[in-house]
Design a protein around this ligand. Structure first.
Ligand SMILES: [Zn+2]
Length: 385
């Protein structure tokens, strides 16, 4: 029998807990003890939000998460009256948004079971938003279950996390990722292995690399950057190139979506009509949507730069592997010659310092530092011996 948990790659330890909770939630005695707030943490790509959504489906599905019934399908597509999936496109979740969610979920669940709220980016809650949420989580006797997702437990405010049950997802093994690509996405085994290794357990990224020519060619260009850092001038050029490539990749996926959303909104207000509707409310709504889209695209560019920096970090990691004689452990097997040449001409301790600088730059970007300036400063450091 299929199950909504089938798609959680390499997370058997969590699936057991979730299935146990689903089973307990169905008996009237044990359901009194149902945990009302959960935090799912795990590295990017480990599937923390997929795990939360699967749990939500299983809680409202008459068959404990079959993945086939109308309840399961509606829940996944955000179309179920008892399941809310909150995806943040902006950089933070504000208190007004949380209040709005609380109003929406204040009703008793329509089917008499559970009402489930999945919040995919609980790390983006502002402090006042988190406090508003805290009150709802603490309310006794409710039929609402909160599933919060964040990269690590430290990204969730202590007041909230102390009231949640914590589930930590693992980075799936490369074999597990490759297997999913082959079986689920019909990707050839050679390509699946290659993509799984390069993406280091990030399933979404692995699939993207395996299926997009542009993603692969962009990655090759990014991975050439460490080899081009021969002067400060080259460092500035490399920073610009990195930001350009990342922006291009982010825009490619968002442009089409933006246009479709605006079209849909205009249709809803009666595009082409000269009535007051479009002239007043419609124009305002389009403007608001455009603002939202801009904030989303800023975030996507940041995510894309972050991915590029992680890729570059794997280059220096590979250099270290070669320097300590563990050549078989390198990730970027398609660059073996470049990596060996670099390893033989650079001091051993410099790679670890470079990786450290990359991680610091990522942290600054996550704190909203300006992307180009941050990348320029980083490339100047990487250009040093
Ligand atoms: Zn179902």
């Amino acid at each position: 029998m299929t199950s909504v948990f089938d798609d959680l790659v390499g997370q058997e330890h969590i699936i057991d807990i979730l299935q146990g909770a689903v089973a307990a939630s169905r008996t009237s005695e044990e359901s009194q003890e149902m945990t009302h707030a959960w935090v799912f943490t795990g590295p990017p790509g480990s599937g923390r939000s997929s795990a939360a959504v699967a749990f939500a489906q299983a809680l409202i599905c008459p068959n404990s998460g079959c993945g086939n019934c109308s309840d399961c399908n509606a829940a996944k597509a955000s179309g179920h009256s008892d399941v809310e999936i909150i995806r943040t496109e902006g950089l933070s979740i504000k208190v007004e948004e949380v209040r709005e969610i609380l109003m929406r979920v204040a009703w008793a669940p329509s089917m008499g079971g559970w009402r489930v709220v999945v919040m995919e980016d609980a790390d983006r809650l502002t402090e006042s938003a988190a406090n508003a949420l805290l009150k709802a989580i603490e309310e006794p006797g409710t039929r609402t279950v909160w599933l919060l997702c964040a990269p690590t437990l430290h990204d969730v405010l202590p007041t909230i996390r102390s009231r949640c049950r914590h589930l930590q997802l693992r980075t799936p093994s490369l074999e597990a990722v490759a297997k999913v690509l082959i079986i689920r996405d019909d990707i050839a085994p050679g390509m699946a292995d290659f993509a799984a290794r390069l993406s280091q357990g990030h399933i979404g990224r692995a699939k993207y690399l395996a299926t997009s020519e542009l993603a692969r060619s962009n990655r090759s260009l990014i991975m050439q950057l460490p080899l081009q850092l021969e002067s400060l001038a080259a460092a500035f050029q490399a920073a610009e190139k990195l930001v350009d490539l990342a922006t291009q990749e982010a825009n490619e996926s968002s442009d089409e979506r933006d246009e479709k959303e605006i079209q849909k909104l205009q249709e809803a207000y009666g595009k082409g009509a000269t009535g007051r509707g479009m002239a007043t409310g419609g124009a305002k709504a389009v403007k608001e949507l455009e603002k939202e889209q801009k904030s989303r695209s800023t975030r996507m560019v940041r995510d894309s730069i972050d991915g590029a920096l992680l890729d570059i970090a794997t280059f220096y990691r590979d250099v270290m592997m070669v320097q300590i004689g563990a050549t078989e452990a390198i990730i970027n097997s398609d660059m073996q010659e470049d990596i060996q040449r670099y390893a033989s001409t650079h001091p051993e301790q410099s790679s670890i310092l470079k990786i450290d600088s990359i991680m610091k730059a990522r942290y600054k970007l996550a704190q909203n530092a300006a992307p180009l300036v941050t990348c320029e400063a980083l490339m100047c450091i990487l250009a040093k011996q």
